[in-house]
Design a protein around this ligand. Structure first.
Ligand SMILES: [Zn+2]
Length: 229
């Protein structure tokens, strides 16, 4: 009996130690597994924050705009350099002022100028050349009449197209216009007479509002007239 008890206690004692070792092993494995999992979670959460940064643009937008801003300036800069000399060097136009009067209101597309008639500040896409009523107005260069019309604001108007993408426009003319759409005109040919039909410029009196575009972009008429010098 005593042997049985002894062996029973011995068994119980061994079982106790085995249980202890198993517990320790279990704790060790559990902590190892937990540690590994937490590492994985950290790695995953790091990747997620990186993805979020890219999506939110905190990483991506810093890179993309640099490329985007550099690309257009590189591509547009040579293009403008290439077209500008070609337009002026190719075939210079002969030009002349449509009337010989003084400039009473200058070209101002980049800054607002005060308009005495409308009493507000606005851009001015041409020059106003003083001319007595009935003064002959002539074509500033060889070309073809594109249109003749009466503008609500600028009065009787003639538009002439020229080589190299230039267009000249003559406004505030009297109603006695001498050309019509489709007519071929030569530099200095009389196309009409100075008047005061531009309602938005009546305080200037009789004059010609002369404007020029190159490839549909407004340009200073003085620069256009300088081409023919
Ligand atoms: Zn004007």
């Amino acid at each position: 009996m005593s042997d049985n008890k002894h062996t029973g206690r011995g068994f119980a004692g061994k079982g106790y130690y085995i249980a202890l070792i198993l517990c320790a092993a279990a704790i060790g494995i559990t902590s190892y597994v937990y540690h590994r999992n937490s590492q994985k979670i950290e790695e995953v959460s790091l990747q997620e924050t990186q993805v979020e940064d890219v999506l939110a643009g905190t990483m991506g937008t810093e890179d993309v705009p640099v490329l985007a801003t550099e690309a257009p300036t590189q591509s547009t800069a040579p293009a403008t350099q290439a077209t500008a000399p070609a337009a002026t060097e190719k075939k210079p136009l002969k030009t002349t002022s449509p009337v010989s009067g003084n400039t009473i209101s200058g070209y101002s597309m980049e800054a607002l100028s005060y308009n005495q008639t409308t009493r507000d500040w606005r851009v001015h896409n041409g020059v106003d050349l003083a001319a007595e009523p009935g003064t002959e107005v002539c074509a500033a260069a060889d070309g073809k009449v594109y249109t003749v019309y009466e503008d609500d604001a600028m009065g009787h108007t003639v538009v002439i197209r020229h080589d190299d993408g230039y267009t000249t426009k003559y406004s505030s003319l009297s109603e006695n216009v001498l050309v019509k759409a489709g007519d071929t005109v030569t530099m200095g040919q009389v196309i009409g007479y100075a008047g005061d039909t531009a309602i938005v410029e009546t305080t200037l009196g009789s004059h010609v509002h002369f404007s020029v575009t190159c490839n549909d972009e407004p340009m200073d008429p003085a620069e256009f007239l300088a081409l023919g010098e």
